[in-house]
Design a protein around this ligand. Sequence first.
Ligand SMILES: C[S@@+](CC[C@H](N)C(=O)[O-])C[C@H]1O[C@@H](n2cnc3c(N)ncnc32)[C@H](O)[C@@H]1O
Length: 252
Amino acid sequence: MNVNPTSLDQAPVPATTEKGLSFMSSERARFTFRHYWFDEVIRADWERLTQPLHGKKLQVLEIGCFEGASTTWILDNLMSHRESTLTSIDTFEGGMEHQEGDKANKYDIASLEGRFRANVAKCEHVGKLEVMKARSDDALVELRGKQAQFDFVYIDASHVAIDVLHDAVMSWRMLAMHGKMVFDDFTWKGYLEDCYNPRIAIQSFLHCAAPEVETKRVESQIWVTRVPNHTHPTPNPDPAHYYWDEDAGLKL
Ligand SMILES: C[S@@+](CC[C@H](N)C(=O)[O-])C[C@H]1O[C@@H](n2cnc3c(N)ncnc32)[C@H](O)[C@@H]1O
């Protein structure tokens, strides 16, 4: 299994530095990013929605960290309790959308891991970070095997629906009651076929987990809180009543 928790001691020098971006606060300007979506679009919502978590003991799981925009924010804002931890999973190879056209060049995927490590090394709480350089399906199996539990999970790795569904189900099993799970890219449509976008996976997951979820849509993200079961099973009064439409056949 290709799961390598790795040392953060030897962070390479960042490849590029971009400046003059008005949405980058002074404390965020110390990081080097090629992609500013987290800061430009979603950071203000995260600051507001995570207020109740600040200072608490938190076990956080991040699936997909890219160059560390969300990782550095979590380290700086959710790791102040001395027993808090952050586990971040990434292959550092980029997703399939980063291979399209000239995107591998534009986002300098070759230096992605170096940029990530240089960025997180600037955070006071970097010692609380464990990086699992692996595919999420392997890393999550390993975490389950160790009986890991998390209070906050951010799902933002592969956008392929079946991968998102796997990441959701596996991490749901490790999410504490009243914990939060955040899905990125609910509205993203990088591909014409639904199976290559996260949306149907997130919808399917929410249908399946319905008895225990409360949801809130924030921009293109879905914030889920795990709550005690509020939808109890109602036995079907007609045992002959199946999901079957005689005229149309079994609809898929
Ligand atoms: C959209 S980026 C994450 C962005 C990051 N959360 C942020 O806010 O800056 C997706 C990341 O997921 C990683 N990734 C894609 N497929 C993966 C997989 N199956 N397992 C682990 N990481 C994966 C890519 O390498 C990429 O760095």
